[in-house]
Design a binder for this molecule. Structure first.
Ligand code: NAD
Length: 302
């Protein structure tokens, strides 16, 4: 039975660890939150008392942590000193490319195989085992990474060498953040022009405005029943998360000398929506800001 250590059992990691256990692997689960460890135990994982305890006999170590600083310290202070060097290390968090490359270099220097493997798909896909993984790793290691990821994945693509998975993730989410604002602006304008936004959805879905934000995740309630727009923009992909990814894209663009002005504009608009109380709402809820529908601060509950 493959021995997996899973570190970071939050909204995403909880479901991912559960799917590893469901596939028959022995999962040693650790999180700083005891409640998260209890939930993982309820889903078939074994409780680890520390990261060192979780990784000491692991064949595969998977991390799903908030951001770059968490990943850097967890690997440097806990995983690399305690895991057997035969273990395959896979970080699925969304972090900056520099941190991913720095951790990969440290891991390699200590004799480990390492992959950055951020995911696309939200909590529902994490629970269902249908995430898409974008992998940065040595070519020779990809088959083992793909096998380790299989219980959590519907698609796994090698993007390139270390850091390429994170690069793919932030570029993809920059497209998504920008396209969602474009769709919202068009829907808000259609409404102001007296055109039924649902009719506009039908027309643009079959015209050159067609894109995922419009046809699979429509921010206007109705046309796509599963989209968060039909439940008050609750659940889904939080604006605060989109903002984090757009900041990563801007930082990466600045360091690489790449111009990403629409990404910068999108970051500014989501930051405004966040300040107006939308940080916990699905990012498609920015439609309400663009329609001028946000209530004044004293009337808001969140
Ligand atoms: P989360 O905050 O729910 O979970 C992170 C978990 O890491 C928490 O349970 C926290 O206690 C734990 N943690 C933090 N530091 C730790 C440490 N030193 N040791 C052990 N555990 C520690 O976040 P999430 O929504 O699960 O997201 C995780 C990552 O996945 C982020 O990088 C995020 O950007 C990315 N992501 C999230 C989504 C989404 O829809 N939520 C989608 C794609 C990617």
């Amino acid at each position: 039975m493959t021995r997996v250590a899973f570190i970071g059992l939050g909204n995403m990691g909880g479901g991912m660890a559960a799917n590893q256990a469901k596939s028959g692997r022995e999962v040693m689960a650790f999180d700083l939150s005891p409640a998260a460890v209890e939930r993982a135990a309820g889903a078939g994982c074994r409780r680890a008392g520390s990261i060192a305890d979780a990784v000491s006999a692991a064949e595969v170590v998977i991390t799903m942590l908030p951001a770059g600083p968490h990943v850097r310290s967890v690997y440097a202070e806990h995983i690399l000193p305690n895991a057997p060097p035969t273990a395959l290390l896979i970080d699925c968090s969304t972090i900056d490319v520099d941190s991913a490359r720095a951790v990969a270099a440290q891991a390699k220097a200590a004799g480990f195989r390492f992959a950055d493997a951020p995911v696309s798909g939200g909590v529902a896909a994490a629970d269902a085992g249908t995430l898409a993984f974008m992998v940065g790793c040595d070519e020779a290691d990809f088959a083992a990474v793909e096998d380790a990821i299989r219980p959590m994945s519907r698609a796994t693509i090698r993007a390139g060498d270390h850091g390429a998975g994170q690069a793919a993730k932030i570029c993809n989410n920059m497209v998504l953040g920008i396209s969602m604002i474009g769709v919202c602006e068009a829907l808000a304008l259609a409404e102001k022009l007296g055109l039924d936004p649902v009719k506009f959805h039908e027309i643009s879905s079959q015209s050159s405005g067609q894109c995922w934000s419009l046809t699979s995740y429509c921010p206007w309630p109705g046309p796509v029943p599963a989209a968060p727009s039909n439940r008050g923009y609750e659940g889904g992909f939080a604006t605060a998360m989109m903002l984090k990814d757009l900041k990563l894209a801007q930082d990466a663009a600045a360091k690489a000398g790449a111009a990403a002005p629409l990404g910068a504009a999108a970051e500014g608009l989501y930051a405004l929506f966040d300040r107006l109380g939308g940080g916990g709402k699905d990012f498609s809820g920015i439609l309400e800001m663009l329609r001028g529908n946000l209530p004044p601060a004293q009337q808001r509950t969140s």
